[in-house]
Design a protein around this ligand. Structure first.
Ligand SMILES: Cc1cc2nc3c(=O)[nH]c(=O)nc-3n(C[C@H](O)[C@H](O)[C@H](O)COP(=O)(O)O)c2cc1C
Length: 173
């Protein structure tokens, strides 16, 4: 029997959900046994040999429910193979190389809680139709208006698929 993999994710406007779905699809297509669950719906990690955990960035941090998951399951995650993926709009900025260091700083608190064997960094989607009017989203609109963040869908499905293809040999050792 295959060793089972869990793909779990936090998301607010669905773009990370779809990335998690794509990762799960690639794993299953390649013959792996894998479950896909929203982070709030994970109660028991015991069936899984490996866990892939993803969150978007909001205000330079993983979503609180993502961080909470890492804290709650920290001891068990330390005994499993873990990969993380992070979704943000900074990864869509033209000089991605320059900004990757900043993104890596944002995920330092994640790394303080676990030791991922691989970290995916993916460009996300900024769709103001899916966002309410709040102070945070107003500030975001301003950064877009000033050309700091690009709006629109910048997800690179080939990069996501390639990352997922490379995971099984790392996760299932
Ligand atoms: C309120 C808010 C704050 C955000 N803050 C950041 C940020 O600090 N850095 C960044 O690169 N992207 C930021 N983003 C962009 C999100 O990471 C991006 O839109 C992501 O694809 C959203 O994922 P989701 O659809 O799964 O919620 C922010 C988006 C929102 C709505």
């Amino acid at each position: 029997m295959n060793k089972k993999i869990l793909v779990t994710y936090a998301s607010r406007t669905g773009s990370t959900t779809q990335i998690a779905e794509a990762i799960h699809k690639t794993l299953v297509k390649n013959g792996e046994e894998a479950d896909l669950l929203l982070i709030e719906n994970v109660n028991d990690l015991s069936p899984y040999h490996a866990v892939i955990i993803g969150s978007p960035i909001r205000k330079s941090q993983w979503l609180p429910e993502g961080m909470q998951f890492l804290q709650i399951h920290r001891a068990e995650l330390a005994r499993k193979r873990v990969a993380t993926f992070t979704v943000c709009i900074t990864m869509a900025m033209s000089n991605t190389e320059l900004y990757q260091d900043a993104v890596r700083q944002w995920i330092a608190p994640v790394r303080a809680l676990l030791h991922p064997i691989s970290e995916g960094l993916f460009a996300g989607r900024l769709d103001f139709n899916k966002l309410p009017w709040t102070l945070d989203t107003l500030l975001l609109r301003i950064t877009v208006a000033f050309g700091v963040f690009p709006k629109g869908d910048h997800r690179d499905w080939n990069a996501i698929d390639a990352w997922a293809q490379d995971l099984p040999p790392l996760l299932l050792q």
